[in-house]
Design a protein around this ligand. Structure first.
Ligand SMILES: CCCCCCCCCCCC(=O)SCCNC(=O)CCNC(=O)[C@H](O)C(C)(C)COP(=O)(O)OP(=O)(O)OC[C@H]1O[C@@H](n2cnc3c(N)ncnc32)[C@H](O)[C@@H]1OP(=O)(O)O
Length: 200
C-alpha cells in the first residue's frame, strides 16, 4: 500500500488518499486516451469487457453519499473527482482561492479548444468549494454567468482565481477567472443561495 496523505477507517475499509488520487489520475488519463483513440472492434470489445469487470468490482464497494470519496477529499487534487477538468488549489481562505487547472483532451470541444460546457462546469465546482466553506450552511447555485473571452487551450497550465464578491442574507455572490498567462480566457459570476433547513 502507498503512503497515505490522510487515512481513515470506514467500517473496516482503510482509505488511502494517495492511492485514491492516483486512481482518479489514471481515470483521467484513460478518458484523455479514449477521446483521441480509434480502436478496432476486437480492441473495443476487450476494453468493454475489462471495464464491465471493474464496474462490477466497484459496484460491490458502493457506499452511502456521506462516506464516498469521489469529490469529497479536500486534501487531494480536484477533491478526488474526474468529472471536471483537473485542478489544484494552491492558496485558499474564506475569501477565495487561487489555483491551477488543466483541460485534458477529454474536454476537447473543437479545433484544439476546450468544450464550452466544460468551462462553466469548472467554475461551478470552484465556486461551490469556496461558498461551501467550513462552518457555513450549504448553498446551491441559483445562476452562473460565464463570459468566454478567449479559447481555453488543452493541456496547458491555466491560472484560476475565485473570490467572494458580496453577501446579502442567504444570497452570496462570487466571481472568478481562468487565465492562460496574461490572457483572461473566461470570467464568471454566480449567485449561490444558502439552503434553509430541510431543503434538498
Ligand atoms: C449543497 C452542498 C454542496 C457541497 C459541495 C460543493 C461542490 C460543488 C457544488 C456546486 C454547486 C451546485 O452546482 S448546486 C446544483 C445546481 N443548483 C441547483 O440545483 C439549484 C436549484 N434551485 C434551487 O434549489 C432553488 O431555486 C434555490 C435553492 C437556488 C433558491 O430557492 P429558495 O431557497 O426557495 O429561495 P428563493 O426564495 O427562491 O430565493 C432566495 C433569494 O434568491 C433570489 N434568487 C433565487 N434564484 C435566483 C436567480 N436565478 N437569479 C436571481 N436571483 C435569484 C430570490 O429572488 C431571493 O431573493 P430575495 O427576494 O431574498 O432578495
Amino acid at each position: 500500500m502507498s503512503g497515505a496523505l490522510a487515512a481513515d477507517d470506514r467500517g473496516g475499509i482503510v482509505v488511502d488518499d494517495l492511492a485514491y488520487e492516483a486512481l482518479v489520475g489514471a481515470t483521467r488519463n484513460f478518458l484523455d486516451a479514449l477521446a483521441v483513440a480509434v480502436p478496432d472492434g476486437p480492441t473495443a470489445d476487450r476494453l468493454t469487457a475489462d471495464l464491465a469487470g471493474w464496474a462490477g468490482v466497484l459496484g460491490g464497494l458502493a457506499a452511502e453519499e456521506r462516506d464516498r470519496l469521489f469529490g469529497r477529499r479536500a486534501g487531494i487534487a480536484s477533491y478526488g473527482q474526474a468529472m471536471t477538468p483537473a485542478y489544484r488549489v494552491l492558496e485558499r481562505d474564506d475569501a477565495g482561492l487561487r489555483g491551477v487547472a488543466r483541460f485534458g483532451r477529454y474536454f476537447h470541444g473543437g479545433k484544439g479548444a476546450a468544450h464550452g460546457g466544460a468551462v462553466p462546469l469548472l467554475f461551478d465546482e470552484l465556486f461551490g468549494r469556496v461558498i461551501n466553506g467550513e462552518g457555513r450552511p450549504p448553498a446551491r447555485t441559483a445562476y452562473l454567468h460565464v463570459d468566454f473571452r478567449a479559447v481555453v487551450r488543452l493541456d496547458r497550465d491555466l491560472g484560476l482565481r475565485v473570490w467572494r464578491e458580496r453577501e446579502e442574507g442567504r444570497k452570496q455572490y462570487v466571481r472568478g477567472e481562468i487565465r492562460d498567462g496574461d490572457v483572461v480566457c473566461a470570467e464568471a459570476e454566480a449567485l449561490f443561495v444558502a439552503l434553509r433547513p430541510g431543503q434538498p
